[in-house]
Design a protein around this ligand. Sequence first.
Ligand code: AKB
Length: 335
Amino acid sequence: MAEVLITGANGEIGHSLIHFLAEEGRYQVVGCDLREPTPALRRLCSHFYVGNILDQGLVDEIHQNHCFDKVFHLAGLLSSSGEKNPYLAHEVNVNGSMNIMKLAQEDANRRHKPVVFMFTSSIAVYGLQGDPNPDRALKEHENVLPTTMYGINKHYIECLGDYFGVRDKSMEEQRMVNLDFRCLRFPGIISAESMPSGGTSDFGPEMLHAAAQGKSYKCFVKPEAKLPFMVMQDAVKALLDLSRADMSKLTRSVYNVNGFSVSAETIRRRILADFAQADLGYEVVPFRQKIIDSWPRDLDDSAARNDWGWRPDYAFEKAFDDLLIPSVRRRYSGD
Ligand code: AKB
């Protein structure tokens, strides 16, 4: 059975992706994360490596034991954590990514076939500074002006993906480069099953989980702060669909994907409609507000729609009515 590597396997997206792939049963899933997985997550993987992608010894061990068809490289420090520790963010997000790209290239050489390398980029690669029309939905080539260490790291790996990638290369060159690099620029992601940590879009999921647990919460950005978001189910669907898309249909290596664009206050009001007693206020954290001010308020994902048929299953109302509110209620009521 083909082997798939998932880095950041114990993170939010990693968990959901592993559950999905394990249910499908088409691959042997190899996980890698800094943190020990729960026994349930470990059982879904054929192997799980606990360690740091900066540790060359660990990367060599993985390389010796496996040969991957596909890699989902999800490991990384998020934007707020990156601003607090930019040197570490650079180490993990750039040097760690290079280690995993090199591993995938070596596997491609062994297999004489490009390895599909899925990379999770972010709206953090954009910058709205000085934009006279900040409300418009940005296309992939517009305003690529990252302001955070995280955004700069993500954009650099996108560029390396093109450098090492097989797209637009002759067969002769492909022998040298051999990564089928495919990348999604994700908006904020909301899940009822897990909580993000260290991101700047975290105020959305944090409000939801706090309300469902009856905990007070202070949102760290202004009520009018508006961002694109999507639910985890759509994020996993986008990753799988792009990873399986016919290469001849792809006109680019980097795609925007979007679910819905809403303000912090719109999310707060929607949560209060179901959790009327919730104590959700605001206490702006200036460095996080500054990050949000630089990020796009909306994303144009028409390239993904046209090239590989991307459509989110969940618009704002459906996301909260059918998925987030019922799931988060179940989660914290113990049903
Ligand atoms: C973050 O807030 O850092 C991430 C992202 C939008 O990339 N969730």
